[in-house]
Design a protein around this ligand. Structure first.
Ligand code: 4FV
Length: 246
């Protein structure tokens, strides 16, 4: 997978890509990340990428010319590239969207700055618009890194075992079961006995039950989306009963 990132702060994007799993995936050429400085496409002496808003008002707007030139260079290099603007007005980013994007061969992530980009960019020059959440950031760089990280880890081979992808939060619509590791007891806090039993069938059942209970407690909205099997309903009922007993 190729991922282009168009930004006026390339350093802000480069650093996290040198570390950890994503850094290794880049070294192993499982993903190819290209960072482009939009300023390089500004033709004036000061490499200006912003201007005052028509109609007045505070703040500045990201200019069209440098950004369109940068986008067109990506499109010319690969017409299959999916050009995505990160903005609070986009569709909300979820694990399902990450999965959808991970099946594409080429993403181009456009990082806005200032009050936002000229409206004609979103109308005529991008294919998609994504928001990472209902809050306002100073720029699209962190959202671009969020999208890159969650999509890249779904690229085959990036994570040690692809198994860990199938059993995680939101895959299957539920929150993940709790994880434990050594020591068995820490300051009096014990690891649930079941996990030390070696009984993998019982462990699998307990984990499913914990996912259902945790989702019911913390994200009932997610459960509404799910059609639970009769076994799941029994597991959840049993767990809720136990919770209310305690
Ligand atoms: C954002 C978000 C976001 C808006 C103005 C950048 C900022 C500034 N992007 N999800 N939430 N963008 O807040 O994606 O240009």
């Amino acid at each position: 997978m190729i991922i282009d990132i168009l930004t006026i702060f390339p350093g802000m994007v480069a650093a996290p890509l040198r570390e950890s799993i994503i850094g290794k995936a880049i070294d192993r050429k499982l993903i190819d990340v290209r960072i482009t400085n939009i300023r390089d496409f500004a033709t004036d002496r000061h490499h200006t990428t912003d201007d005052r808003p028509f109609g007045g008002g505070s703040g500045m707007v990201m200019k069209m010319e440098p950004l369109v030139a940068a986008i067109n260079l990506v499109r010319d290099s690969d017409p299959a590239a999916r050009v995505i603007l990160l903005s609070p007005q986009g569709r909300i980013f979820t694990q399902a969207v990450a999965l959808e994007l991970s099946r594409l061969s080429h993403l181009c992530l456009v990082c806005g700055r200032y009050e936002g980009v000229d409206e004609r960019i979103r109308r005529h020059y991008v294919d998609d618009e994504i928001s990472i959440g209902d809050y306002v950031l100073t720029g699209g760089e962190l959202p671009a890194l969020v999208v890159l990280d969650s999509v890249a880890r779904l690229v085959p081979g990036v994570l040690g075992s692809d198994e860990s992808i199938t059993e995680e939060s939101f895959v299957g619509g539920l929150l993940e079961y709790p994880h434990y590791t050594r020591p068995e007891v820490f300051e009096g806090h014990r690891v649930p006995e079941i996990l030390l039993s070696g009984n993998h069938g019982a462990i699998r059942r307990w984990r499913r039950q914990q996912s259902l209970l945790r989702t019911w407690q913390r994200r009932p909205d997610l459960l509404k989306e799910e059609t639970l099997s009769s076994e799941d309903k029994e597991l959840l009922g049993e767990a809720i009963e136990r919770e209310t007993e305690d």
